[in-house]
Design a protein around this ligand. Structure first.
Ligand SMILES: *[C@@H]1O[C@H](CO)[C@@H](O)[C@H](O)[C@H]1NC(C)=O
Ligand SMILES: *[C@@H]1O[C@H](CO)[C@@H](O)[C@H](O)[C@H]1NC(C)=O
Ligand SMILES: *[C@@H]1O[C@H](CO)[C@@H](O)[C@H](O)[C@H]1NC(C)=O
Ligand SMILES: *[C@@H]1O[C@H](CO)[C@@H](O)[C@H](O)[C@H]1NC(C)=O
Ligand SMILES: *[C@@H]1O[C@H](CO)[C@@H](O)[C@H](O)[C@H]1NC(C)=O
Ligand SMILES: *[C@@H]1O[C@H](CO)[C@@H](O)[C@H](O)[C@H]1NC(C)=O
Ligand SMILES: *[C@@H]1O[C@H](CO)[C@@H](O)[C@H](O)[C@H]1NC(C)=O
Length: 435
């Protein structure tokens, strides 16, 4: 009883002393994100990426209800799920899942090898489940009108420095065909999957109802797991040339990643199949896989619905174009505010090594030196630098360059196993001094 009273008083006291927020507006740029639970306040200084994501989410939450968010999610899960289901199995969602027969263009069945087919079969089933989640949670909007041909070709065009409706046939004599091979299908699938994974996470902090937030977290976790599996399958094929381009899987992936990063606002977040940024968990060894993009704590990134819409519709202020020729279903349908997300990886404290990275624009990525040789595309210059233009001390994978230090080595015993300390720029454990 006493505890409850104290907690209540603490909440009241904090409520009186803290800056009040206007109902429905979330935290503005100057708001503070200090918790007012009885254990706080907490020092969030080192969680700058999460602070910015939370601010962006709370701003994006304004004007919308949970029902609106669930309806938005239907667009995301129908887009991914129908592509995965038809491309893998040659089947479409049933009417109880689509809730209508709005036309969809550009369906095809992909030419997949046995191992990719096996993984994608579970992915497809899972994505149907994600769409079902939105129905169980009360979404009543139909699956949106989608044009996969237009969506992927617009994305690839921009990723190669062209302007839609131009497509890559201008460069390579044929347009992008997502269904052509393992490589083209997995690249297309993971492009959408990672928008789903980051967009799913971004919605978690926006729900008012914790049951929906719990379901959303499960959805984000499974999308992330499947994206990692898709990355691994692509990594095994990293040096294969991707039809119809003359570039490798790793290079085309880098272009798609640069595209997503360029269209989701000014901050750095997206990462390619290979990555050496020391503010992320991605080993600096050349040709080590970046299994999933995270920050240095291994935390995945978030995107707001508005960021996703800007990517899906290739920067259309009206949210019409790309994958959605008639726009999205529901009321969250424009990218307004997608760029109000300043911060991201760029805000992670730079270490004493003064290693810096900056996001290249799609145009800066430009033409990649052809990797094709008689022996095959084995050398792939620029793979490591295509996402980040890098300066300062080159990442050596020594941990020193990655912002934290291993403990001094000690003889190996069960009681004295060598330890590393992750999570602080200095490598020292930090008591944040919160009262
Ligand atoms: C919310 O509404 C306000 C006022 O109409 C508008 O300025 C703001 O852009 C809206 N936010 C979003 C994310 O649509
Ligand atoms: C949709 O659900 C209804 C009611 O549960 C059922 O009768 C019908 O067979 C379902 N339709 C499809 C296409 O699964
Ligand atoms: C499917 O892909 C295999 C190689 O993965 C290729 O040999 C075959 O010709 C392709 N089939 C079609 C119909 O494109
Ligand atoms: C789908 O997009 C393609 C490529 O932009 C376009 O040629 C086609 O007409 C579109 N289909 C429909 C039905 O709009
Ligand atoms: C790859 O395509 C680009 C764009 O058309 C071209 O500039 C480059 O020379 C090509 N490389 C090879 C090896 O064909
Ligand atoms: C791709 O090429 C690089 C550089 O030659 C090589 O180190 C790597 O093992 C190759 N990866 C695969 C999956 O073949
Ligand atoms: C919060 O943590 C940072 C980084 O460890 C530290 O520099 C700062 O002094 C702390 N602030 C407070 C108010 O404890």
């Amino acid at each position: 009883m006493l505890q409850i009273a104290c907690a209540f008083v603490a909440l009241l006291c904090a409520g009186v002393s803290a800056q009040p927020f206007q109902v429905g507006t979330g935290f503005g740029p100057t708001g503070n994100l200090r918790s007012v639970d009885s254990g706080g306040p907490y020092n969030l200084t080192l969680l700058s990426v999460q602070q910015y994501e939370t601010r962006a989410g709370l701003l994006a939450r304004a004007n919308y209800t949970d029902k609106d968010r669930i309806a938005f999610l239907t667009n995301v899960e129908c887009l991914e799920g129908r592509f995965d289901t038809f491309g893998t199995l040659g089947l479409d969602f049933n009417d109880n899942l689509t809730l209508g027969s709005l036309p969809t263009y550009g369906f095809g069945k992909a030419n997949l090898s046995a191992d990719v087919y096996q993984v994608m079969s579970e992915v497809a089933a899972s994505e149907q489940g994600h769409a079902l989640f939105t129905r169980h949670a009360g979404s009543t909007v139909p699956c949106p009108v989608v044009n996969y041909t237009a969506g992927f070709n617009d994305v690839l065009a921009v990723a190669y420095g062209l302007t839609p409706p131009q497509d890559i046939s201008v460069l390579f004599g044929a347009p992008w065909d997502p269904y052509h091979s393992d490589e083209t299908y997995l690249l297309s699938v993971v492009f959408l999957e990672e928008l789903g994974a980051t967009g799913n996470k971004g919605l978690i902090s926006q729900y008012v109802n914790p049951v929906l937030a719990d379901g959303q977290a499960g959805l984000a976790a499974s999308a992330t797991a499947f994206a990692a599996a898709e990355r691994y399958l692509l990594f095994q094929r990293a040096n294969n040339t991707v039809y119809p381009t003359n570039e490798t899987v790793a290079q085309v992936f880098a272009r798609l990643s640069a595209f997503r990063d360029a269209y989701d606002g000014p901050q750095i977040d997206d990462q390619g199949l290979l990555n050496t940024d020391p503010r992320t968990i991605a080993l600096g060894e050349a040709n080590y896989i970046n299994l999933f993009p995270t920050d240095i704590r291994g935390l995945t990134f978030s995107r707001t619905p508005q960021q996703l819409i800007n990517i899906y519709t290739i920067g259309s202020p009206q949210g019409i174009g790309g994958f959605f020729p008639q726009g999205l279903q529901g009321v969250i349908k424009t990218p307004t505010g997608f760029d109000q997300v300043a911060g991201g990886l760029d805000t992670y404290p730079v270490t004493a090594n003064a290693y810096t990275t900056g996001q290249e624009t799609v145009a800066q990525v430009g033409t990649i030196a052809p990797p094709v040789t008689d022996a095959g595309p084995y050398t792939v210059p620029d793979m490591l630098t295509i996402i980040q233009s890098q300066g300062g001390l080159l990442e050596t994978s020594s941990y020193t360059t990655r912002g934290y230090l291993p403990a001094a080595p000690v003889p190996y015993t069960i009681a004295a196993t060598p330890k590393v300390m992750v999570g602080t720029p200095s490598g020292q454990a930090v008591d944040d001094g919160s009262p």
